[in-house]
Design a protein around this ligand. Sequence first.
Ligand SMILES: [Zn+2]
Length: 99
Amino acid sequence: MPMRPPTHRPHGMATKKDRQYRSPEQREKDAWYGKARWKRLAKMVRNRDMHLCQECGRPGNNVDHRIERDERPDLAFDMGNLQTLCVRCHNAKRAKVGA
Ligand SMILES: [Zn+2]
């Protein structure tokens, strides 16, 4: 039985990934929020809302989906479904939703 030449497999490419493990959900979230499209849209929403929290009227910078994107992915990039929230109101909403 002839020996097949060893197939070369490059390895050691995943060292960084191995070291800082993040959950698939977190990675998906990061990738999603990192998209240039989202950044541009979020900026537009903040400008529209004059950087004010739509819940309490204090200055805010978090852009929130009124209807969660899990529920309505089709509205993820719909400005009508987006609002500016301050960190406090955003966290409060997150806690309520359980996300
Ligand atoms: Zn607020």
